[in-house]
Design a protein around this ligand. Structure first.
Ligand code: SF4
Ligand code: SF4
Length: 277
């Protein structure tokens, strides 16, 4: 059976917030009986854009990640809900706006932090995957419709087909360690979840400092080579997709007949700045 999934490309999200605003437009002040009670005007962001800035100095990048209820297949909110939260056959998870009254405990049940408490109505709420629209025949969500870059795309697929696509296209989910089996997948999530070591290689001759293009750079961990790179025409190199807090690394730079070795400890992304050889 085909079920709903969402694929979000982190590289395409510009933080314009139109998906967040379109969710507000759809739900603030609007009750969709059987699906959701109105979202409050303030305090809720059922589609929330997370931001990660990496690096320092001239070697900086920023990633934006739209987050929302993941419509997990092993959802702790469903397990805890006792009928107040249901998993539909098409994969969508809905918090019943009537049966969940007073169930503030459900907010803590979501390891992804995607359940919001509506103080006025005394109910927990989350993004419904716009199920009321899909059930009317929509083939996309409001956020997807509003997105100017095509960063988000809802697709209906068999679970096998989706698993194959996730594997072939290196799609990832948020917090896989939580074991909830999200149906929201990310492309290029490493821009948010991983980190880099970079630097800029230069040399001085006759009082003139110049970039060193084509220097060979090796990244080693515990004596073993992890990756190699060559500096570009600005003398820059970057080793990306490294794990945060992964500890000590050695960077070995060879160019202009010289070799320089640098030790670095990786917590979050680091730019080593200008390195003279
Ligand atoms: S993201 Fe949270 S609220 Fe949504 S289905 Fe998963 S556990 Fe439930
Ligand atoms: S509308 Fe698209 S580009 Fe804008 S914040 Fe949402 S996902 Fe990102």
């Amino acid at each position: 059976m085909k079920k709903w999934n969402m694929i979000i490309d982190v590289a395409e999200c510009t933080n314009c917030n139109l998906c967040t605003l379109s969710a507000m437009d759809e739900y603030v002040g609007n009750a969709w009986p059987g699906y959701s009670a109105p979202m409050p005007r303030h305090g809720h962001r059922w589609i929330d854009i997370k931001q990660k800035e990496r690096g320092q100095g001239t070697m900086v990048d920023v990633a934006y990640v739209p987050t929302m209820c993941n419509h997990c297949d092993d959802a702790p909110c469903v397990a805890k809900g006792g009928g107040a939260v249901k998993k539909r056959d098409d994969g969508i998870v809905l918090i019943d706006p009537v049966a969940s009254k007073g169930r503030k405990d459900l907010v803590e049940s979501c390891p992804h932090g995607q359940i919001w408490w509506n103080e006025e109505l005394q109910i927990p709420q989350a993004w419904t995957f716009d199920a009321h629209l899909l059930d009317q025949g929509w083939q996309q969500t409001r956020g997807q419709q509003a997105c100017p870059t095509g960063a988000m795309r809802a697709i209906k697929a068999d679970d096998d087909e989706m698993a194959r696509m996730a594997s072939e296209e290196s799609l990832e989910v948020m917090k896989p360690e939580a074991g909830t089996r999200p149906r929201v997948y990310y492309r290029n999530l490493w821009r948010f979840s991983k980190c880099f070591i970079g630097g800029s290689v230069a040399s001085e001759a006759n009082g003139v400092v110049d970039c060193v293009e084509g220097a060979a750079v090796r990244l080693l961990k515990d004596g073993a080579e992890v990756a190699t790179a060559a500096t570009d025409n600005y003398g820059d190199f970057k080793f990306d997709r490294l794990d945060e807090d992964s500890g000590g690394y050695t960077i070995e730079i060879s160019g202009l007949g010289r070799t320089k070795t640098i030790q670095a400890k990786l917590g979050v992304s680091i730019s080593l700045g200008e390195i003279r050889i």
